[in-house]
Design a protein around this ligand. Structure first.
Ligand SMILES: [Zn+2]
Length: 416
């Protein structure tokens, strides 16, 4: 696995949705699909599509091209959909313009679900006991600043450029044909991962020597990106899922945070969460796109884990879907629209500890489950994983991270 950092050398516009209205919005990141397409175009300038190298690099599942998210020296992740912030002053406490902080309500919503509506879910901002604005969902990208142990927003800047069609006869603007293209500004950095075996990654390194062209408007000067770095180390190493080297692990920390809230209904249960760090495409056996993540889909990605996973039940889902348009450069035709579960979606699963006998002794449960979840993180879930889809993180620290300031009240520690 290697980390790729690209810098936009010209404005880049990657269509976010099928065009409607007269503004063509761009995604705020560079999707793996576009990176793969740009590398394939570089290859085809000097090679043939029938060559085995081309097939291995772009037409098989041997290489996985991850999404490239905004990069500011620290890798970014999508903000989970369980994040809420003040409606009037949204943003993380560490951001500019003195925002009122972000709450992750995953545990609150889980307790609300488990206590059948008895547990309270915060609805008001309550900043400095004065702000009475309601909480609103908060999205975008964030990074974890390890130095300050705080989350911060990361935003790719963009602008819009207006165009109009010309009337053939008069060469004047055609009435009703004004449209705008939104584009990411030049000079920004995006980082993500490309996974594959060493010889194939070396070939990609050669292809990266030439600038890449991504997204729309390439013949009009848009979409030029150049490689800033391509190194063999992961961007951010999260704490292991299971207990290891004296660390409690993400699974234990998440469950400790849930248990700390003291709801009876959660006392004898073990929970884990899956948070989508990229869009996820899952279909059922009738090939219908799903907007949730059933345990069957997880079991399919984890051969041999059928019995272990069957004790768990989905206990909470916060998900959105997104239409995925596509354009095939080879066919010069639009691709079929797929429906994906949007990045940031969160799925929570729980099981009674008494039903987890299949894992072996009581102490081994966390270790065994952590191994399964590690495999899930490594291999991903669902379809089109080689284009960056299906990246999930188990027990994301975002859900249980609390401020280490001892003087703060318990509710204030949760303000990120
Ligand atoms: Zn507020």
């Amino acid at each position: 696995m290697r980390t790729l950092i690209l810098k936009t050398a010209s404005p880049v516009s990657v269509s976010a949705s099928p065009l409607a209205g007269n503004v063509n919005r761009t995604l705020e990141y560079l999707p793996g699909t576009a990176v793969r397409g740009a590398l394939a175009a570089n290859y085809l300038r000097s090679g043939a599509a029938s060559h085995p190298d081309f097939q291995a690099l772009f037409a098989s599942n041997e290489v996985r091209y991850g999404n490239l998210y905004p990069y500011r020296g620290v890798p970014a992740q999508p903000v989970p959909l369980t994040a809420y912030s003040c409606k009037r002053h949204p943003g993380f406490g560490a951001d500019n313009d003195a925002p009122h902080g972000v709450f992750d309500l995953m545990i609150d919503l889980l307790l609300w679900q488990e206590t059948k509506g008895k547990a309270q879910v915060p609805e008001m901002c309550g900043y400095e006991s004065a702000c009475s604005m309601p909480l609103d969902s908060f999205s975008g990208f964030c990074l974890f600043n390890e130095r300050d142990c705080r989350y911060e927003s990361v935003k790719a800047t963009s602008r819009q450029r207006g165009h109009t069609e010309l009337r053939d006869e008069t060469q004047a603007a055609l009435v009703g044909s004004l449209y705008f293209v939104e584009m990411l500004n030049e000079g920004q950095r995006f980082a993500g991962q490309i996974a594959g075996n060493q010889p194939l990654l070396d070939k990609i390194a050669c292809l990266l020597e030439e600038p890449l062209r991504l997204g729309m408007g390439q013949t009009r000067g848009l979409g030029k990106c150049s490689k800033e770095d391509f190194f063999s180390a992961p961007l951010r190493q999260l704490e292991p899922i299971g207990p290891q080297n004296g660390l409690a692990g993400r699974l234990c920390r998440l469950n400790a945070a849930i248990q700390q809230r003291g709801a009876e209904q959660t006392a004898d249960k073990l929970y884990f969460t899956l948070t989508c760090h990229s869009d996820l495409i899952v279909r059922d056996r009738f090939l219908r796109y799903l907007s949730y993540l059933p345990l069957d889909a997880i079991q399919q990605s984890l051969p041999g884990a059928d019995t272990a996973m069957s004790s768990f039940r989905p206990v909470g889902t916060i998900a959105r879907t997104r239409l995925l348009p596509g354009w095939s450069s080879a066919w010069k035709l639009p691709k079929e629209c797929a429906v994906a579960i949007a990045k940031g979606s969160v799925f929570v699963y729980g099981a009674e500890r008494s039903s987890l006998g299949c894992f072996g002794g009581d102490n081994k449960v966390e270790n065994a489950l952590a191994k399964l979840l590690e495999r899930l993180e490594q291999d991903g879930l669902g379809e089109r994983r080689n284009e960056g889809f299906g990246i999930v993180v188990a027990c994301d620290p975002f859900h249980y991270h609390r401020s280490s300031d001892e003087q703060l009240a318990e509710t204030e520690k949760a303000r990120l």
